[in-house]
Design a protein around this ligand. Structure first.
Ligand SMILES: NC(=O)c1ccc[n+]([C@@H]2O[C@H](COP(=O)([O-])OP(=O)(O)OC[C@H]3O[C@@H](n4cnc5c(N)ncnc54)[C@H](OP(=O)(O)O)[C@@H]3O)[C@@H](O)[C@H]2O)c1
Length: 244
C-alpha cells in the first residue's frame, strides 16, 4: 500500500458510485482514513467503507441539520479532517429549460451548490486546524452551455464561484480547488443514442471517454503537497474537448 496520505482523514461526499467511489478507493490506497458519505445508498456505502477500512456517514448535503450531524460523527470517529471532496451531485437528463420545474431546480441546485456551501462551511474550522484541502466537483457543462439542463449548468457555475470565494476566505490554511470533468464513464452512456455517443467521442482529442480514476487522480493530486501553491483554480479533465 502507498502511504502518501497516511495518518490523514478524507471525507468524500457522494462516495458510493462513479467518480466518488474512485476517489474513496484512491485515498484508501494512499493510506488515508476515508469517510464514504452517502445520502440514500446506505448498503453500498457500508460495503465500500468495510472494504477500504473506512467509515460510512449519511447526510442530505442540502440540509444543514444533517450536515452538522455528519460533522459531529466525523469528529467523534476521526478527531479532525484533512481533506474534503464535495463530489455529491444531482442532475436531470432533459432537453429544454421548459421541462425544468421549481422542484427540479431546487433539488439540483440545492444538492450541487447549497450542498457544497454547507459542507465546506461546516468543516472549514476543522480543515484550518489541519492545513487541509477542499476539492469541489464542477463540470465542463457550465463553460460551454451546450448541455440542455441549464439548472445543472448554473449550479456548477456556482460551484466554480464558491471555489474562488472560499479559496480567499480559507487561505492561508486551506487550499480550495475544483475539478471540472467532461464525459466520464459513469452512467451518461445510457442516456444518449449510439449516434450521439459517436458524435461526442469524435469531439474528444484524446479519443476516449474519461474513467472515474482519471478524475480521482487529479483530485488526489490537488490535495497533495505537490499542489501546495495552487488554490482557487478549476482544472478541466475532459480529454481536451473544450478550450474555454
Ligand atoms: N459523470 C460525469 O460524466 C460527470 C461529468 C461532469 C461532472 N460530474 C460531477 O461529478 C460528481 C460525481 O458524478 P458521478 O456521475 O460520479 O455521480 P453519481 O454516480 O450520480 O453519484 C452522485 C452522488 O451524489 C449523491 N447525492 C445526490 N444528491 C445528494 C444530496 N442531496 N445529498 C447527499 N448526497 C447526494 C448520491 O448519493 P446516494 O446515491 O447515496 O443518494 C450519489 O452518491 C457530481 O458532482 C457530478 O455533477 C460528473
Amino acid at each position: 500500500m502507498e502511504s502518501g496520505f497516511s495518518g490523514k482523514t478524507a471525507l468524500v461526499t457522494g462516495g458510493t458510485s462513479g467518480i466518488g467511489e474512485s476517489i474513496c478507493r484512491l485515498f484508501a490506497r494512499q493510506g488515508a482514513g476515508v469517510f464514504v458519505h452517502y445520502n440514500k445508498n446506505k448498503e453500498k456505502a457500508d460495503k465500500l467503507a468495510e472494504e477500504i477500512k473506512g467509515f460510512s456517514v449519511q447526510a442530505d448535503v442540502s440540509n444543514e441539520k444533517d450536515v452538522k450531524k455528519m460533522r459531529e460523527e466525523v469528529l467523534r470517529k476521526a478527531g479532525g479532517l484533512d481533506f474534503l471532496v464535495n463530489n455529491a451531485g444531482d442532475i436531470d437528463w432533459i432537453e429544454s429549460y421548459k421541462q425544468v420545474t421549481e422542484l427540479m431546480w431546487d433539488r439540483v441546485v440545492d444538492a450541487n451548490l447549497k450542498g457544497t456551501f454547507l459542507v465546506t462551511k461546516e468543516f472549514a474550522g476543522d480543515l484550518s486546524k489541519a492545513s487541509g484541502a477542499v476539492v469541489n466537483l464542477g463540470s465542463t457543462a457550465h463553460f460551454e452551455s451546450k448541455f440542455p439542463a441549464l439548472h445543472y449548468n448554473a449550479s456548477k457555475a456556482g460551484v466554480a464561484s464558491l471555489t474562488k470565494s472560499f479559496s480567499r476566505q480559507l487561505a492561508p490554511k486551506v487550499r480550495v480547488n475544483s475539478v471540472a470533468p467532461g464525459f466520464i464513464k459513469t452512467n451518461f452512456e445510457e442516456k444518449y443514442s449510439k449516434e450521439k455517443i459517436k458524435q461526442i467521442l469524435d469531439g474528444i482529442p484524446l479519443a476516449r471517454f474519461g474513467e472515474p480514476d482519471d478524475v480521482g487522480k487529479v483530485v488526489l493530486e490537488l490535495c497533495s503537497s505537490k499542489f501546495g501553491y495552487v488554490t482557487g483554480q478549476t482544472i478541466i479533465v475532459d480529454g481536451g474537448r473544450i478550450t474555454p
